[in-house]
Design a protein around this ligand. Structure first.
Ligand SMILES: Cc1ncc(COP(=O)(O)O)c(C=O)c1O
Length: 413
């Protein structure tokens, strides 16, 4: 496995393990690649909300897709302006969400009929604030790297069902709302074929709303995690978006702003998770075949994706005397047998890797998206540090939690 620009041993020595390291050079390359695709690019900050990464987006002119008011506030703290942010609260608003958005001029993307109504009621009650909203449409089909990340079709809770758009128009009239944006996001880690088809569908939905200014085609750009396979080519998406922009212009007689909001494709490749091999173990199966385990200090509390989705991440070891390659199951410290980094179809599988020994480092690639943001304190494991690598400079942007940090929100009585 190629370990990009990251001085693995130095980082492990200076910051301890496990630790996330992000290469700004790699991040900048992916920002440049994605910026070519559409006139307005948002970053779905749920993928990685590290402040240094947010600042890099800001400096590159990338806007924000936020999924909670906490993310909105985090983006504001990183320096974004309110009109850089679109708030797509997935399926309902929390108590004061709409009030906050009305007071702070945050554009809301409503993903259910109930949200449209709630926005309308809050606007009426406030008597002030923007009457413009966007609607998230479920186009009737979805795609994703896993069923759990597919957000379209009848079995997804997301979006206003595409046959219910007349009801949106009725609510808009009742509450004096302007549907100025239409949006869809059919899933995370999808494929270009689905995305291209959905772009066409969204244009047809947009035509039903005369006052549309913005059409947002969502995120879901694919990323190939296996370095032995060619990276997914997303360049053709530009033509798809350009063609849709032209269709929209022909229909409305004016320019319609076309947006996309990827998360994973921006950041997956820039992140590396570095841990340490702590021990080895082995068992024998029913046929007497030996099964070897490499036990590391990286568990699903640090990187959930293999456990949650059976996701593949490239793995390498760094040590002075790595042994010959053999079939190894690589696992973590957590108290569940699912705490395995080498999985397929949500089952542990052995991977051919050089044999490490205790004290060697483990390096897990493709860890920049849905990595640290999905980590937890399960087993009272502390959240781990994040380090940003810019040329020769390594800056720690998050420290390792202490036991006191973990205990602080807990009452002692
Ligand atoms: C509304 C919305 N937009 C964008 C994204 C980003 O998806 P991805 O990281 O696959 O690009 C997500 C993630 O699920 C999402 O829910």
């Amino acid at each position: 496995m190629k370990i990009e620009n990251i001085k693995v041993r130095d980082i492990a020595k200076e910051f301890g393990t496990p630790v996330y390291a992000y290469s700004l050079e790699t991040l900048r390359t992916s920002i440049a690649e994605i910026k070519k695709l559409a006139p307005v690019i948002r970053y779905a900050m749920k993928a990685n909300s590290n402040v240094r990464i947010l600042k890099e987006m800001l400096d590159s002119g990338v806007k924000i897709d936020a999924v909670s008011v906490f993310e909105v506030k985090r983006a504001l703290r990183a320096g974004f302006q309110t009109d850089d942010i679109c708030f797509t609260s997935d399926v309902f608003f929390n108590d004061d969400d709409v009030k906050f958005c009305l007071e702070n001029n945050i554009y809301c993307n409503c993903g259910t009929l109930g949200m449209v109504e709630e926005y309308g009621k809050a606007l009426k009650a406030a008597g002030t604030g923007s009457s413009k909203i966007s609607i998230r449409i479920n186009p009737g089909e979805g795609a994703g790297h896993s069923k759990k990340t597919n957000t379209g079709g009848p079995y997804s809770k997301h979006g206003i069902w595409h046959q219910n758009l007349d009801e949106v128009k009725r609510l808009a009239k009742e509450y004096g709302l302007t549907i100025s944006g239409v949006h869809t996001h059919i899933g995370s880690g999808g494929d270009m074929e689905h995305l291209n088809r959905i772009c066409g569908k969204l244009v047809e939905f947009a035509k039903q709303f005369e006052q549309v200014e913005i059409v947002n085609f969502g995120g879901g750009l694919p990323y190939q995690y296996d370095p032995d396979k060619p990276q997914e080519d997303i360049s053709g998406y530009k033509t798809v978006i350009d063609e849709r922009a032209k269709l929209l212009k022909d229909h409305f007689g004016r320019d319609i702003v076309c947006e996309i909001e990827p998360g994973r494709r921006f950041v997956a490749g820039c992140g590396t998770l570095i841990g340490e091999v702590r021990s080895l173990n082995h068992t024998f199966d029913e046929d007497g075949k030996r099964i070897d385990y490499v036990l590391t200090n990286v568990g699903f509390c640090h990187l959930l994706r293999p456990m949650a989705y059976g996701s593949f991440h490239p793995i390498g070891f760094v040590g002075d005397d790595l042994g010959p390659e053999q079939d190894l199951i690589v696992a973590g410290p957590v108290c569940e047998s699912g705490d395995v980094l080498t999985q397929k179809d949500e089952e542990p599988v052995a991977r051919r890797l050089p044999m490490p020994k205790a004290g060697d480092l483990i390096v897990i690639g493709g860890a920049g998206a849905y990595g640290h943001v999905m980590s937890s304190n399960y087993n009272s494991q502390p959240l781990i540090p994040e380090v940003v690598v810019d040329g020769n400079q390594c800056t720690q942007t998050r420290t390792r939690q202490t036991l006191d940090d973990i205990l602080r929100p807990e009452t002692t009585t």
